[in-house]
Design a protein around this ligand. Structure first.
Ligand SMILES: [Zn+2]
Length: 496
């Protein structure tokens, strides 16, 4: 009887194991290279470590005492700890479980290899089709991003590349299809919901020997133009709007559930007086980002903001307001509400950066709004700054606030904010000791709710010794304020 029971348990166990172990087919440039054993656990797929490493051509070292796996590939390292993965010391991602040991075999989580950070660091993309049981590797990523911009008379799609690639553009039914020969994208697919009348949406689809960007056209679409530019290589697709159709569409598209009316004028025009709102980040119970010594972020933000306030105050072309002039806590939505109630023309939020791991990171960054970004650092910064919400008790619905403004107006503000960012960055680079880390886009709540061109300046890194010294210095703060002020002046000069 015991024998039977043992046999039964063994059989049950064996069949249980069998149901969890499968083989996935591995493809490189669409040619079959072999199979990889996978283990299904907790609705996740794990690859046999040795087999996947062999397919990638990677070297594997297992440190069983410290419970770490090191994957070495073309001079770069992937360090897999129990609950986190370090991508060549650049970025890290946390996972609930990174590997399993079954018998003497190690199995590693498939998600470790299928994200954009992996693609960016190792310069090839790994796609897993869980329904078909395939792993596909695409080397030489040469299309890095697809961006969308809205203008009054046209919408623009920009496809950024690392090299000059051949492409063609074809009208297929209600869509414009851009086919890039030998194009290899950062991720298997991508999607942008433009919904501006000219473009409905944009989707990116990786195919075997080409990359397809499919632009679904809206009712306002009239014609298209395209060209390729250098430095960096990019394809610009302009979708021209039908002229007579423009103004009435804006009103028609305001959502009925919205209680706040459309701003009078979404297109910036020359004014007698510009209303400018300066927003010193954080305050009160919310101190802001990590500091290595000295003043907290909230205080540095306030000191710089006050200096900027003085400059605008003494210029009769401006009517200037501060969201706070003291060490008090103000929720993010109240900051944008204050700006909207003030009917602001320009909104500038002042912040300072910190890096959770690397003390050598330094310099300034200028952000404007995007609901979506491919840049993991920009996401990290937005998450740090948005964390202020934790102090608010979470009663405000930020998503419905974002819906208030129709995409046409929002895109125009984003467009203007990108121009303003450029001018501010120019003077920051020229006149302050902070290094230019670039103009970036991310989903900052405080920018999302504000109905005017809005930017967020991360002046410097408080986790960097030299940046911090400069940030605490009153004459450097003055230089920063002066640079932002000059950027704004140059921006308003271009209004007609
Ligand atoms: Zn901040």
């Amino acid at each position: 009887m015991i024998k039977f029971l043992t046999l039964f348990i063994f059989m049950f166990h064996a069949s249980f194991l069998y149901s969890n172990v499968l083989k996935y087919k591995f493809f490189k440039k669409d040619s079959y290279k072999g199979s990889v054993t996978v283990y299904n656990f907790d609705e996740k797929v794990f690859f046999d470590l040795k087999e996947i490493a062999k397919m990638f051509g990677a070297r594997v070292d297992i440190y069983s005492v410290s419970e770490k796996i090191v994957f070495s590939l073309s001079g770069k390292k992937l360090i897999i700890a129990k609950n986190s993965v370090f991508y060549n010391g650049v970025e890290s991602i946390n996972f609930p479980k990174t590997f399993l040991i079954r018998g003497s075999r190690y199995f590693v989580l498939s998600d470790i290899f299928t994200n954009n950070i992996f693609t960016k660091v190792f310069e090839f993309r790994c796609d897993v089709d869980y329904s078909k049981g395939t792993i596909s590797v695409y080397e030489n990523i040469n299309v890095t991003s697809v961006k969308y911009f809205y203008y009054v008379d046209k919408s623009r799609v920009v496809i950024y590349m690392t090299e000059k690639l051949n492409y063609d553009v074809n009208l297929v039914g209600g869509s414009l299809v851009v086919t890039i020969k030998n194009g290899s994208y950062m991720s298997a697919k991508d999607y942008i919901n433009a919904d501006d009348g000219v473009i409905k949406d944009i989707s990116v689809k990786q195919e075997k020997s080409s990359l397809k960007i499919i632009i679904n056209l809206g009712q306002r679409y009239y014609n298209f133009e395209h060209k390729i530019e250098e430095d960096p290589y990019k394809i610009l697709i302009d979708l021209i709007a039908a002229k007579d159709d423009f103004p009435k569409k804006i009103d028609n598209n305001i959502q009925s559930s919205v209680t706040i009316s459309m701003p009078d004028n979404i297109i910036p025009v020359k004014k007698e007086k510009y209303i400018i709102v300066i927003d010193p980040g954080h305050g009160g119970k919310d101190p802001g980002g990590k500091v290595i010594f000295g003043k907290p972020e909230k205080q540095i933000n306030l000191e710089i903001s006050k200096k900027l306030y003085e400059l605008f105050k003494n210029d009769e072309r401006f009517d200037v307001k501060l969201t706070r002039d003291d060490d008090i806590f103000i929720p993010l939505y109240e900051r944008s509400k204050f700006a909207n109630d003030s009917k602001c023309d320009i909104f500038i939020s002042i912040h300072n950066n910190s890096h959770p791991r690397k003390k050598n990171e330094n310099g300034f960054e200028i952000y404007f709004l995007s609901e979506k970004t491919n840049d993991p650092w920009a996401v990290e910064v937005a998450n740090m700054e948005n964390a202020s919400i934790e102090y608010e008790g979470g009663v405000f619905d930020y998503n419905s606030a974002a819906l208030v403004l129709h995409s046409i107006a929002r895109n125009e503000y984003i467009n203007q904010a990108s121009i303003l960012s450029g001018y501010v960055a120019k003077f920051m680079e020229k006149e302050t000791p902070f290094k230019n880390r670039g103009i970036k886009q991310a989903a900052f709540y405080v920018l999302r709710g504000t109905y005017c061109p809005s930017i967020l300046v991360e002046v410097g890194f408080m986790t960097n010794k030299s940046d911090k010294k400069n940030l605490d210095n009153k004459s450097v703060q003055k230089k920063v304020a002066n640079a932002i002020y000059k950027g704004v002046i140059e921006y308003i000069k271009r209004q007609k």
